[in-house]
Design a protein around this ligand. Structure first.
Ligand SMILES: Nc1ncnc2c1ncn2[C@@H]1O[C@H](COP(=O)(O)OP(=O)(O)OP(=O)(O)O)[C@@H](O)[C@H]1O
Length: 239
């Protein structure tokens, strides 16, 4: 993102925001309420159009020229804060539905992909720690498990970049810890951008952190360096 600005009725939600994420990186984004984190995700996924600035994916694909569906098909997946799994369906069926919704990887090949499809589901089940819950109704899962299932549904689409909004919100400490490890593992083969307020979770992610404030980058670095940064303490961490 290079010099991206977005205004709502004259209020700058993003103000000349420049942010670069390297392919394969795990990046955490923090910042006070209203800093522009959600708007940033909206702009990357094409939900909101920037008033000015540039957005490039994989170095050369200009995201400002594409609509939401084209951006999703390109391999940018987003997980919203509230889990939206199909509660009355089993864990397995939720993953299956997510796979069938994927036109990018398996387009038109379903009839021949029974085995590959099941293997893919098994792989994802393992990654989201729900192998033993595959036959359970999604509605019976804990809040944390529902979040994992939704991460799994995203993985079924095999995005290159995952945008994950406050995954640890409402999770138990054990679930939070497990989610951090899960995202670290996912980041071995994908780029992952996580927006979060939970500092214990950010610490567990052990990655480069960007602090947003008033629509731009206030500071970047390790969590340790940010916790000693006067500006960051003033606008966010010291509160
Ligand atoms: N559609 C909209 N119309 C008007 N104002 C908006 C709109 N979307 C966001 N804003 C404003 O833009 C600013 C940035 O909001 P945004 O939701 O991106 O912040 P955030 O960092 O995600 O905050 P939070 O941590 O509370 O989710 C806020 O002041 C918000 O009120």
């Amino acid at each position: 993102m290079d010099g991206v600005s977005v205004s709502f009725d004259g209020f700058k939600a993003l103000n000349n925001l420049s942010l670069y994420v390297v392919a394969g990186e795990l990046r955490a984004i923090i910042g006070p309420n209203g800093a522009g984190k959600t708007t940033m995700m909206d702009v990357i996924t094409g939900k909101t159009r920037p008033d000015s600035g540039q957005l490039f994916f994989n170095g050369s694909v200009d995201l400002t020229k594409l609509d939401e569906a084209a951006i999703a098909n390109l391999g940018i997946g987003r997980k919203f804060q509230k889990p939206t799994v199909f509660e009355s369906q089993s864990v397995l069926d939720n993953l299956d539905l997510a796979l069938k919704g994927n036109r990018r990887v398996f387009a038109g090949l379903f009839a021949r992909l029974g085995k590959a499809q099941l293997e893919r589901i098994d792989e994802v089940l393992e990654r989201i720690a729900l192998t033993d819950f595959r036959g359970q109704r999604a509605g019976n899962l804990s809040h944390g498990q529902k979040q994992w299932l939704e991460i799994g549904m995203l993985l079924m689409q095999d995005p290159e970049l995952l945008l994950v909004d406050e995954p640890a919100a409402g999770m138990t400490d054990a679930e939070t810890e497990k989610t951090a490890v899960m995202l670290q593992e996912i980041a071995r083969s994908h780029s992952v951008v996580v927006v979060e307020h939970d500092m214990e979770f950010i610490r567990a992610l052990d990655c480069h952190v960007t602090v947003l404030h008033e629509g731009s980058v206030l500071a970047e670095g390790s969590l340790d360096s940010l916790q000693n940064n006067r500006d960051v303490i003033e606008v966010y961490l010291g509160r």
